[in-house]
Design a protein around this ligand. Structure first.
Ligand SMILES: NC(=O)c1ccc[n+]([C@@H]2O[C@H](COP(=O)([O-])OP(=O)(O)OC[C@H]3O[C@@H](n4cnc5c(N)ncnc54)[C@H](OP(=O)(O)O)[C@@H]3O)[C@@H](O)[C@H]2O)c1
Length: 306
């Protein structure tokens, strides 16, 4: 099968190529998915898990990409809950070969059934941003109806989903980002938008939950905006500065089949729209990873046709 691989941590992107790989092996409770569409995170070549297995051992050449949609073609020993021929979408394990490949082995519990009327490319854009936004707002941030949430990067992948989920939950939403994201954030439903380049973050006022996707100085300054009893949630780095009277949390998104199914339902109902950007073939995945000007929205790799 064909896959995008990375071979050498020092070479990074320069070591990324379209390669012939052996068909993956389905271990216990795995499924093999024929990947139709895949998502990747631009920074993943910096993640230790891209290069090593759970034991910290070198696992190169490795296949990047951790979001996928496709169809189950094989079940591992003892796998239940999914069947051959079923459309699925979800997260590929961080420390195993990922979704930029014609076939990939994934633990079945990381995937959810994909309804027939949801497009593969849209489904591949949802798993990381959808689960991260949900877990950050509600599991870790404990956001409830009537509260205020400040969402950094409100026009980005995670932020745009967080805005939509928070609005639907009845929260007041303050969004931040660059000037280029203002119109998108307002269209998604933020009540107020702060352009971090020209306006003062501190003018946003206090929030019960601050959801950070930027890190650094913005994260440090966000602690002071958390209302007493509130939560600062970051998905980028552990907060160094904590709220005076509140919690500070950094987390890595976890797979969750039931939540994926709920997100798929919201997609079908038109209550949730992931921002899909460019759709490119597998052969162009390395170019899509390269830093530089990206089309707004999440870049999706069309891996195989049905
Ligand atoms: N812990 C986890 O489980 C987890 C899960 C998902 C993502 N992440 C991480 O979270 C981060 C965000 O992911 P994403 O997919 O949402 O990225 P994204 O689509 O690039 O969104 C980030 C948004 O923030 C804006 N932004 C970034 N830096 C800014 C700054 N200094 N001032 C104003 N606006 C700024 C970006 O604007 P521009 O596009 O104009 O730069 C963009 O709108 C990444 O670092 C990713 O690796 C972590």
């Amino acid at each position: 099968m064909q896959a995008i691989t990375v071979r050498d941590r020092d070479a990074g992107l320069a070591g990324m190529s379209l390669t012939d790989m052996p068909h993956p092996h389905a271990a216990e409770n795995d499924v093999i998915v024929r990947v139709h569409a895949a998502g990747f995170t631009p920074g993943e070549l910096d993640w230790p898990a891209t290069w090593t297995d759970r034991g910290g051992r070198d696992r190169t050449p490795s296949v990047p990409g951790h979001e996928l949609s496709g169809v189950v073609v094989e079940l591992g020993y003892g796998t239940t809950g999914l069947s051959v021929g079923q459309r699925v979408f979800g997260l590929a394990d961080w420390t195993r070969n990922g979704s930029l490949a014609e076939y990939t082995a994934v633990e079945a519990r990381n995937l959810a059934p994909l309804p027939a009327d949801i497009d593969d490319t849209v489904a591949a854009a949802l798993p990381i941003s959808g689960l991260t936004a949900w877990q950050g707002l509600f599991d870790h941030g404990r956001l409830t109806t009537g509260q205020t949430v400040l969402i950094h990067g409100a026009a980005g992948g995670v932020g745009s989903i967080a805005v939509q989920l928070a609005r639907e939950a009845g929260a007041r939403v303050i969004g931040t980002g660059r000037a280029s994201g203002r119109d998108m954030a307002l269209a998604l439903g933020v009540d107020t938008f702060i352009d971090l380049q020209t306006e003062k973050l501190e003018d946003a006022g206090e929030a019960d939950v601050v959801f950070d996707v930027i890190g650094g100085d913005i994260l440090d300054r966000s602690a002071a905006l958390v209302r007493a009893g509130g939560t600062l949630v970051s998905i980028v780095m552990p907060p160094k500065v904590h709220p005076k009277d509140g919690r500070a949390i950094f987390f890595v998104v976890e797979p969750d089949r039931a939540r994926l199914a709920d997100l798929a339902k919201r997609l079908r109902d038109g209550r949730l729209k992931p921002l899909v950007g460019a759709v490119r073939p597998l052969a162009e995945a390395a170019a899509a990873f390269a830093p530089g000007k990206r089309t707004p929205g999440k870049t999706i790799i069309r891996v195989t046709e049905h």
